[in-house]
Design a protein around this ligand. Structure first.
Ligand SMILES: [Zn+2]
Length: 78
């Protein structure tokens, strides 16, 4: 599929792709350049400390997984 960039640098993600990926207005996309390619994918929150995507809590805009909560609370991995 060919898409053109408008004069503000925007492109439209085709509706079929948005539906396929469950993207809704206001959702965040990660954008990376890799070997000359622009790669975009849905942003998934990850643990601030270890990067795990198994988020148990968020506090003041930061996400944290259960293992890190336990480590902070008890000083070891439960
Ligand atoms: Zn963690």
């Amino acid at each position: 599929m060919m898409k053109k960039i408008d004069n503000l640098g925007r492109i439209v993600v085709p509706k079929g792709y948005r539906t396929m990926l469950g993207l809704r207005p206001g959702d965040a996309l990660k954008v990376e350049v890799n070997e000359g390619r622009l790669i975009m994918y849905p942003h998934q929150d990850s643990c601030t400390f270890c990067g795990s995507e198994a988020i148990a809590h968020s506090y003041k805009g930061k996400c944290i997984c259960r293992e890190c909560v336990e480590t902070i609370r008890y000083g070891y991995r439960a």
